[in-house]
Design a protein around this ligand. Structure first.
Ligand SMILES: O=C(O)CCC(=O)C1=CC=C[C@@H](O)[C@@H]1C(=O)O
Ligand SMILES: [Mg+2]
Length: 326
């Protein structure tokens, strides 16, 4: 059901949250996460969305997203609906519209895959003590490919029921990626659920997967204009980052394309605030119900905003404390 074109009101908020990105971001060291919220009201219904382009990953700047958002808001107030093109704006606005129209289900998947760096002792301690399904995401590509391979092998050996998602963010040449694999005993490799983007090019990553038997996943590739879902692709998974992708409709069509090909689709954070993260947990429960999403980024932030993540002890800042642009 679409909201009526009359009796519409809208607010736009601008915010900043201090953040310690740790290993989560590679080249871009930001100390403050910035973004916008849109709040739409029509009759007695309300919808919120987060628009927070991620520096170093989003093509658009916050200023560009803000211009697009303010322009769209004016049009919506006069009865228009068409979404802007910029991915972060299209995503946040489509979430707000979906909440307003009751089409974003409330059920959420608040499980997360703990995210960390490639440090053997820390990882083994954390995983050995974990209860239930033991999956962790480890960023590799910081300390030499062979070293990373040794660490991954040690963790897989020490914690016999762990499954790892790895992420190299295209930091290796094919030869470095093969050095990494060389240090992981072949019978442990099947417990690597996937490694995201091991090599600088997709073709090299495919060769890596064929030669090593290690599953690969597309993350950055998914957002490149020449990417297509292809049944002959060796990749086992795709990582969908909604803030970098666009509207809910586009996210849904990517998740469906992956499912049709038997690929795992993982909904993943672009370091959104708690408001955006809780919506991603709902999107994951809705579109990728059998896969734990990659949303372990809230604790990088100093506080939460507007909506809390269950069990988080971080302070919650209400909407009234934020800067309102309109
Ligand atoms: O996917 C996850 O489990 C958590 C989010 C995450 O790993 C990332 C978020 C944003 C930027 C990145 O460096 C990184 C990634 O590349 O996937
Ligand atoms: Mg990635």
């Amino acid at each position: 059901m679409n909201s009526p074109k009359t009796n519409r009101t809208a607010h736009v908020y601008k915010w900043q949250i201090p953040i310690d990105v740790g290993v989560a971001l590679r080249a871009k060291r930001i100390s403050c996460r910035e973004g916008l919220y849109i709040e739409l009201r029509s009759e007695d219904r309300c919808g919120w969305g987060e628009i927070s382009p991620l520096p170093g990953f989003s093509a658009e700047s916050l200023e560009e997203a803000q211009d697009a958002l303010l322009c769209w808001t004016k049009l919506w107030l006069s009865g228009e609906e068409e979404l802007p093109k910029l991915p972060s704006a299209a995503f946040g606005i489509s979430c707000a519209l979906a909440e307003l129209n009751g089409t974003l289900p409330m059920k959420a998947d608040y499980r997360t895959v703990p995210l960390g760096g490639c440090e053997t002792e820390k990882l083994v301690d954390k995983l050995a003590g974990a209860k239930g399904e033991k999956t962790a995401k480890v960023k590799v590509g910081f300390s030499g490919a062979a070293n990373d391979g040794i660490t991954v092998d040690t963790v897989l050996h020490a914690v016999s029921d762990v499954r790892l998602r790895l992420d190299a963010n295209r930091s290796w040449t094919l030869s470095q990626a093969l050095d990494f694999a060389q240090n992981i005993r072949p019978h442990y490799r099947e417990r690597i659920a996937f490694i995201e983007e091991p090599c600088q090019s997709r073709e090299e990553s495919r060769i890596f997967a064929r030669q090593t038997g290690i599953a690969i996943a597309w993350d950055e590739s998914l957002r490149e204009s020449d990417f297509t879902f292809d049944s002959s692709d060796i990749a086992k998974a795709v990582v969908i980052k909604p803030t970098l992708t666009g509207s809910l409709e586009k996210i849904k069509s990517q998740a469906e394309a992956a499912r049709r090909l038997g690929m795992t689709a993982v909904i993943s954070s672009s370091l959104e605030s708690s408001l955006g993260l809780t919506q991603l947990a709902r999107i994951a429960a809705w579109l990728t119900p059998n896969t734990i999403p990659g949303l372990d980024t809230l604790n990088l932030m100093r506080y939460q905003q507007i909506r809390p993540w269950p069990q988080s002890t971080l302070e919650l800042v209400p909407a009234e404390s934020l800067q309102r642009l309109i």
